[in-house]
Ligand binder design. Structure first.
Ligand code: UDP
Ligand code: MN
Length: 252
């Protein structure tokens, strides 16, 4: 009798996309109560993502959406990766879909914002399933904020602070991978969503300030790292143009 975990994954086309989504899809096969809300940063959904979901046997517990990031907010090759918020449009589209879905399905459910390039343990989802109705669960995240681990500080089962060193003055100084929300909080707080109008590093605080307060946070897996904020290097593909020049067939 596990709650459904709606895992929201913004994703965009680049050479490593298929590799990232293959890793995620195989994780999903090991976690029966996950429902995958994939939101492509594109004008329409793609055959690449659809085929990948079908081949992994996940088509009956996945939905494929799309929401294109407006040009003004889209990162270009020249921009440093942190200079613009990523995933805002896509996560908000997913929230719209989830709010409609849970309206007709009264059971307890959870929303987790799950980027396509992080590294997740299967155990994280077993722990996350313990999040209570009307609560937000929080847990440690590895390799983020220029530390081995950023984590909530827990005393007597309560979150009393956070160990983050980067912008510790944020209302909720935690990474997107470090919390999940009981969906009834989204229903009771219809204005909870992400925004382009907030400072760098404040997306997490932006949604959380609408649905909870620090003293109500539910600590989960406090002494373990079950998710890492890994980032995949962009692949070098210079030799592909050389193949074309030589008139040889390309690799993909
Ligand atoms: N993303 C996207 N469009 C973009 C850039 C990123 O949909 O133009 C997605 C990306 O696939 C990931 C999430 O947004 O699932 C967060 O992006 P990223 O991992 O690059 O952010 P970071 O880890 O650097 O915060
Ligand atoms: Mn990332």
């Amino acid at each position: 009798n596990l709650p459904i975990i709606y895992a929201v994954t913004p994703t965009y086309y680049r050479p490593v996309q298929k590799a990232e989504l293959t890793r995620l899809s195989h994780l999903f096969r090991l976690v029966p109560n996950l429902f995958w809300v994939i939101v492509e940063d594109a004008e329409e959904t793609s055959a690449l993502v659809r085929n990948l979901v079908n081949r992994a046997g996940l088509s009956n517990r996945a939905v494929l959406l799309h929401a294109k990031t407006p040009t003004d907010f889209k990162l270009t090759k020249k921009d440093p990766h942190w200079s613009k918020p990523r995933g805002v449009e896509q996560r908000n589209e997913a929230l719209k879909w989830i709010r409609k879905k849970v309206k007709h399905e009264p059971g307890h459910a959870i929303v987790y914002f799950m980027d396509d390039d992080n590294s997740y343990s299967v155990e994280l989802f077993e722990e996350m399933s313990k999040i209570q109705r009307s609560r937000v669960g929080v847990w440690p995240v590895g390799l983020v904020g220029a530390m081995y681990v950023e984590k909530p500080i827990v005393e007597n089962g309560k979150v009393v602070g956070f160990n983050s060193m980067w912008r510790p003055e944020r209302p909720f100084p935690i990474d997107m991978a470090g919390f999940a929300i009981s969906t009834d909080l989204l229903e009771s707080n219809p204005s909870a969503m992400f925004s382009y109008e907030v400072q760098k590093g404040y997306q997490e605080s932006e949604i959380l300030r609408h649905v909870t307060t620090r003293d109500k946070l539910q600590p989960i897996a406090s002494n373990q790292i079950l998710v890492w904020h890994t980032r995949t290097e962009a692949s070098k593909l210079d030799n592909e143009t050389k193949l074309v020049k030589k008139g040889l067939p390309q690799s993909d």
